[in-house]
Ligand binder design. Structure first.
Ligand code: PDD
Length: 276
C-alpha cells in the first residue's frame, strides 16, 4: 500500500504529516475523488480543473502544474495496479503555527490514496430513501473544501432515519445531497439546482446534463422549493461514487414515494455505456 505524498509515491508507513498542518486546525484544504474504471481515469481533466479552481478560490497556489499532477496520478495508479476504484486527493495549506491568518508562505501538502469500491448494493436498481432536511452549510458550497461538518452532520441524520442520503434545502430552494447532486423528473424534463455558490457543481452532474442533451431530454437548471419534491415523478442523485442512484422515497421535512422511472433508467444505461 502506497500513497501519493507531494511529488513522491511512498509506502503508507513512511507517511508523516505534521500535526501543525492547517488541514487539521482549520479544515484549510480542498479535495477531489476521481474514479478509475477498467484501469482508466474517468473525467480526469474536469476533476483536476475543479481542484485547481477550488485552490484558487481559497487563495492557495499549488506546487505542480496540472500536467505534472496528472502524470503523478497516472504513475500512482500504475504502482497500485488500480483497475476499479477511486483515488482521493487532497491538498491542505500545510504546516504553520496555529493562527487563523495564513501568510502565503506555507507549503501546501498533497496527499492521494486509493479508495476501494464499496461492495455493490441494490441501490442502483431499487433506489434509496432520502431524508429532506435544512441545509446548514456555508455559502461557498461551490468550493470542494475538506471542511465538511455540515455534510457529515446531514449524512448521520439521514442514516439515523434509515435513509441513504440527506437532501438539503435552504429557505425554499432544494440545493443538493450531503455528498451528491439531486435531479428531479417531471413531464419528461430534468430539474436540478443551477451551478452557483449553493452547490458543488458535480462532474457526474455535468455528465448527466450532457447525456440528457444527447438524448434530447430538456434540462432546467433552476432552484425549486422543497414542496416540489412531494410530486416529483422520478428523482435521482449523482456523484463519482454512487453514479446515478434513484430515490424511491423522501422522508423528513417532505414525505413522498416515487417509482424508479424510465428516464432515470435511460440515463443510467447511457452513463454505464460512457464509463465502459
Ligand atoms: N462528493 N455535492 C457534494 C456536496 C459532494 O460531496 C459531491 C461528491 C457531489 C458530486 O460531485 P461529483 O459528481 O463531482 O463526484 C455533489 C465526493 C464523491 C465525496 O465527497 O466523496
Amino acid at each position: 500500500n502506497h500513497l501519493l505524498l507531494n511529488d513522491s509515491i511512498v509506502p503508507e508507513s513512511d507517511v508523516a504529516i505534521s500535526y501543525k498542518d492547517r488541514g487539521y486546525h482549520f479544515g484549510d484544504g480542498v479535495y477531489e475523488v476521481v474514479r478509475v474504471y477498467e484501469g482508466a481515469f474517468f473525467t480526469l481533466d474536469p476533476h483536476i480543473d475543479r481542484l485547481y479552481e477550488s485552490a484558487n478560490q481559497i487563495d492557495m497556489s499549488l506546487p505542480f502544474s496540472k500536467e505534472h499532477l496528472k502524470a503523478n496520478l497516472e504513475a500512482y495508479k500504475t504502482k497500485e495496479q488500480l483497475e476499479n476504484g477511486s483515488i482521493y486527493l487532497q491538498i491542505t495549506r500545510g504546516e504553520a503555527e496555529r493562527n487563523h491568518l495564513y501568510t502565503r508562505e506555507e507549503e501546501p501538502v498533497l496527499l492521494g490514496f486509493v479508495l476501494p469500491d464499496r461492495p455493490p448494493t441494490d441501490a442502483s436498481t431499487v433506489g434509496i430513501a432520502a431524508y429532506v432536511t435544512a441545509d446548514v452549510r456555508w455559502l461557498r458550497c461551490d468550493i470542494k473544501s475538506i471542511n465538511l461538518l455540515g455534510n457529515v452532520m446531514a449524512k448521520r441524520k439521514a442514516t439515523d432515519h434509515d435513509c441513504g442520503e440527506a437532501i438539503l434545502y435552504r429557505e425554499t430552494a432544494v440545493t443538493e445531497g450531503s455528498t451528491s447532486n439531486l435531479f428531479l423528473v417531471n413531464n419528461g424534463t430534468l430539474y436540478t439546482h443551477p451551478a452557483d455558490n449553493y452547490i458543488l457543481n458535480g462532474i457526474t452532474r455535468r455528465e448527466v446534463i450532457a447525456l440528457a442533451h444527447e438524448l434530447g431530454i430538456d434540462v432546467v437548471e433552476e432552484p425549486f422549493p422543497k414542496e416540489v419534491l412531494a410530486h416529483a415523478e422520478e428523482a435521482f442523485i449523482t456523484s463519482t461514487s454512487i453514479e446515478i442512484t434513484p430515490v424511491h422515497s423522501f422522508k423528513g421535512d417532505v414525505e413522498a414515494t416515487l417509482k424508479v422511472g424510465p428516464l432515470t433508467k435511460k440515463l443510467q444505461q447511457a452513463f454505464t455505456e460512457r464509463v465502459q
